[in-house]
Write a protein that binds this ligand. Structure first.
Ligand code: PLP
Length: 421
């Protein structure tokens, strides 16, 4: 790591005592690679934060953004004001939605959409005569961003604690047990439960794949008890699981879908929420005087972000990128097979979508809680960027990564693991 001057920049999720003066400065990106300020090249097996699905430096996106900046560089969406890229994007997103006729609410990122989903869920029940349905259930190890409600729904304890009293009416169930969801709904009382938040594959919490039948079961339990099924597909959408929205890998009908990240291939911040028609209905009565959702961000439907998203969707469609998330799931699992059975490793989780995790052995973690950080550093020295997790590492390469590039990962990971011992 280079020696640098301290800098006032305060990083998310960072030990600033260690970071300040030792930053990893990324200066350039092209395809699946980025370069640091010393000119070293890295294969970005993390796609930054699970989002550079098309890799870096897409001229089509650059052109669309530049043209939009020249035409209309900013405008809001409040009240009845619209802009052309937002209208076009909403139509496209709704057409691709797992539930036909879904309405589209736009925002500035994933956490923004999670908090929006909680408010829409509660508001939906207010406007359909069930104002007591306010309780939200999420899953252990789940990650739903760092805004207020997302923090209350956090299944990673360290992310939920230390902020004073959490928002009321939230609870959690074990991430891999569908029966536990029904028990919790019955414990709280179905007449009090508004929503269940579910990442199809839990991402930041460790790439935890759902057990067979889990997604169908929880969707059915939600339906039975009139609890809105919220698929948090901030990571899983945009081809990461080989489908447009991630949740559409299963034959279920989510009431709400939250997503962000890959909708612009990470180029410009944008959050997307889909509301199934019956959820949106109280607000879309077709005549003036409907209930107003008094909620929305300054940058909702920002024309430049929407232009970036439209250009990204064009490439996803033109180059048939979305199915790659499924086609590459086995090659990715194969690339990590060198970690399976390694003495430093407890488990390799892969095989559903183009994302995977390596969890380190418990004795190694007990002896050295900094082992994930060291693994990350050893892989950087190998020219590979992975995402460091509490118990190991995750990978989610750009969907445009070539199988040959996965060979880099395959070679580097066992060598880096060896150095942990
Ligand atoms: N939900 C999930 C499933 C996520 O993975 C994330 C971020 O990684 C979020 C919500 C929060 O998104 P953002 O960081 O854009 O607020």
């Amino acid at each position: 790591m280079p020696d640098q001057q301290p800098n006032p920049l305060w990083h998310p999720f960072a030990d600033m005592g260690a970071v300040d003066g030792n930053r990893f400065v990324v200066t350039r990106g092209e395809g699946s690679y980025v370069w640091d300020d010393a000119g070293r090249r890295y294969f970005d097996a993390s796609a930054s934060l699970w989002y550079s699905n098309l890799g870096h430096g897409r001229p089509e996106i650059t052109r669309a953004v530049t043209e939009q900046l020249e035409k209309l560089d900013a405008y809001n969406l409040f009240g009845g004001v619209a802009n052309e890229p937002a209208l076009k994007l909403a139509s496209r997103l709704s057409e691709l939605a797992p539930v036909p006729g879904s309405k589209v609410f736009l925002g500035s990122g994933g956490g923004d959409m999670v908090d929006t989903a909680v408010k829409i869920a509660r508001s939906y029940f207010v406007h359909t005569g069930r104002p007591d349905k306010t309780h939200v259930i999420s899953r252990t190890q789940g990650y739903h961003g760092t805004h207020g409600f997302g923090t209350a729904a956090a299944g990673i304890p360290a992310n939920a604690e230390g902020w004073g009293p959490p928002a009321a009416d939230f609870s959690q169930v074990p991430y891999d047990n569908a029966a536990a969801l029904e028990e919790e709904i019955l414990r709280v009382g179905p007449e009090r439960v508004a929503a269940f938040f579910c990442e199809p594959v839990i991402g930041a919490g460790g790439v935890l794949l759902p057990p067979d039948g889990y997604i169908e079961e929880v969707a059915a339990i939600c339906r039975k008890h009139e609890v809105l099924f919220v698929a948090d597909c901030v990571i899983c959408a945009w081809g990461r699981l080989g489908t447009w929205y991630g949740i559409d890998r299963w034959s279920v009908q989510p009431d709400l879908v939250t997503t962000a990240k890959g909708v612009t291939s990470g180029t410009i911040p944008l959050g997307v929420l889909l509301a199934a028609p019956h959820v949106a209905e109280p607000f879309f009565t077709g005549r003036p005087g409907a209930p107003i959702l008094r909620h929305g961000a300054t940058y909702a439907g920002h024309p430049v972000a929407c232009a970036a998203a439209n250009a990204t969707l064009d490439i996803y469609e033109r180059d048939d990128i979305i199915p790659r998330g499924k086609a590459l799931e086995k090659p990715l699992a194969d690339a990590l097979s060198g970690a399976v059975g390694h003495p430093a490793v407890a488990e390799v989780r892969a095989g559903l979508g183009f994302l995977a995790a390596v969890e380190l052995a418990p004795d190694l973690l007990a002896a050295d809680p900094g082992a994930p950080g060291r693994l990350h550093k050893f892989l950087l020295e190998e020219g590979v960027i992975v995402r460091s997790l509490g118990k190991g590492m995750a990978v989610s390469p750009p969907l445009v990564a070539e199988e040959a590039e996965l060979d880099l990962l395959a070679a580097a990971v066992p060598r880096a693991l060896d150095r942990l011992l």
